[in-house]
Design a protein around this ligand. Structure first.
Ligand SMILES: Cc1cc2nc3c(=O)[nH]c(=O)nc-3n(C[C@H](O)[C@H](O)[C@H](O)COP(=O)(O)OP(=O)(O)OC[C@H]3O[C@@H](n4cnc5c(N)ncnc54)[C@H](O)[C@@H]3O)c2cc1C
Length: 397
């Protein structure tokens, strides 16, 4: 194990691997420490939907960040595929955001008011929807047609970022970080289960586990697990020509490997705190989620009754109190940064997070997003406790 690095990144999910990749690309000596396995957290369970629409992003800096990261994939996906030889199953296709009732019409139209000037999209009626995909339910009222949306396999993406970082000189080591080494207000390294590693900067990208760093930092890292489940189906029909989602019924995507992804359960389903805000990462698939997801999918595309279940995935998203990522320097410290709390969008926001942290490490600021205020850790300086239920229920994924 190297005894020192310029920067130590903690956690090898999509966020940590993306940070390591962009740092290594700048010639910075990075060591990525992972306690379990690359992609053993939320990142392996995600749909990999890279969608600008829906309620996940708000007007202003949040949407600007989402668009920047979406655009990063144009170059990053082929760059990683070339470097690693992996197929990320990346696809860019038109999408439909379906409304099956008046409530969904309102939810979509409300967002269109501010999203329409930024994204190529338009409303289509039920006949136009069925002209695109005749197998969709006759109860569909209409849809928002978006010219382009994207999706990839999040686990492959996670592995490719890790391998890509290694190819650019990063070291990836399987060790749990158990504490920080500090010198006054300056970080000097981390403690691990098998020895100390010294460094000039530390990036905490430990997903739902980032909260454990609160006592070591003496600064709140308010991240809680928000469970989500989804299904991979083997559907004998022709693949769907567009990526499909609806505000209340989730997504339906024909992947490039032929499987159909449906899901996900999340905060919007829960009216009980204990169902999403466990203390631990929860990877236990449940029968209730399986039945609920199948029913929702069949409501949207009745022919999915013929599909067979291939895999049920369960994991916990790193939920922040306002469901926005927590990215940037930790107040009161020199050289410690957070890259966590990405909630339902950590795959989508992985690349821009990597760029932002790299900017902070190199220059002490970033121009990747014009105003970072709503993402910086210092918004939680006075954090005592929060109602995570509100943030969870606002998540549509
Ligand atoms: C069902 C489901 C569907 C989703 N769909 C999408 C989607 O379509 N699009 C999207 O953008 N996002 C989606 N998400 C959300 C996305 O998965 C997360 O936002 C993202 O994976 C968070 O990545 P991360 O790297 O922060 O955390 P993780 O992937 O959880 O990685 C954290 C890593 O840190 C390691 N770690 C923790 N503590 C330590 C320590 N002390 N020392 C060393 N290592 C440590 C862990 O072992 C883990 O490997 C979905 C999530 C779920 C559950």
């Amino acid at each position: 194990m190297p005894e020192s690095a310029d920067v130590i990144v903690i956690g090898a999910g999509v966020v940590g691997c993306s940070v390591a990749y962009y740092l290594a690309r700048e010639g910075i000596k990075v060591t990525l420490l992972e306690r379990e396995a690359i992609g053993s957290g939320a990142s392996a369970h995600a749909t990999g939907s890279l969608s600008l629409l829906g309620a996940e992003f708000s007007a202003g800096a949040s949407f600007e960040m989402a668009r920047a990261s979406y655009a990063d994939f144009y170059q990053l996906a082929p760059e990683l595929e070339d470097a690693t030889g992996m197929d990320l199953l990346y696809q860019r296709r038109p999408s439909l955001r379906l409304a099956l009732d008046d409530e969904e019409v309102d939810l979509i139209r409300e967002l269109m008011v501010w999203q329409e000037p930024h994204v190529k999209m338009h409303w289509i009626d039920a006949d136009e929807v069925r002209a695109i995909e005749p197998r969709l339910s006759p109860s569909i009222v209409g849809a928002m047609y978006e010219d382009e949306s994207a999706q990839l396999d999040s686990y492959r993406f996670n592995l490719a970022l890790a391998r890509g970082a290694e190819l650019k000189g990063a070291d990836i080591i399987h060790r749990e970080v158990t504490g920080l080494i500090t010198n006054g207000s300056t970080v000097a390294g981390v403690r691990t289960a098998s020895g100390d590693v010294h460094c000039d900067a530390v990036v905490v990208a430990a997903g739902t586990w980032s909260r454990a760093f609160t006592p070591w930092l003496g600064f709140p890292v308010p991240v809680r697990p928000m469970k989500g489940e989804r299904l991979l189906l083997n559907y004998p029909g022709e693949p769907l020509p567009v990526l499909i989602s609806s505000p209340r019924r989730g997504h339906m995507i024909s992947r490039r490997d032929g499987l159909t992804s449906v899901g996900s359960t999340g905060g919007r389903d829960y009216d009980r705190r204990d169902l999403f805000a466990g203390e631990e990462f929860d990877r236990q698939p449940t029968e209730s989620a399986r039945l609920e997801l199948l029913q929702r999918a069949i409501d949207v595309l009745p022919d999915l009754e013929r599909a067979e279940l291939v895999q049920q995935l369960a994991g916990s998203r790193p939920l922040s109190p306002d469901s926005k990522p927590i990215i940037g320097p930790v107040p009161g410290w020199d050289g410690i940064y957070l890259a966590t709390g990405h909630t339902t969008k950590g795959i989508h926001l992985g690349p821009v997070t990597g760029r932002i942290i790299t900017d902070y490490v190199r220059h002490g600021s970033t121009a990747a997003v014009s105003d970072m205020t709503e993402f910086l850790p210092d918004r939680f300086a006075d954090f005592a406790d929060a109602d995570f239920l509100v943030a969870a229920q606002s998540a549509e994924e």
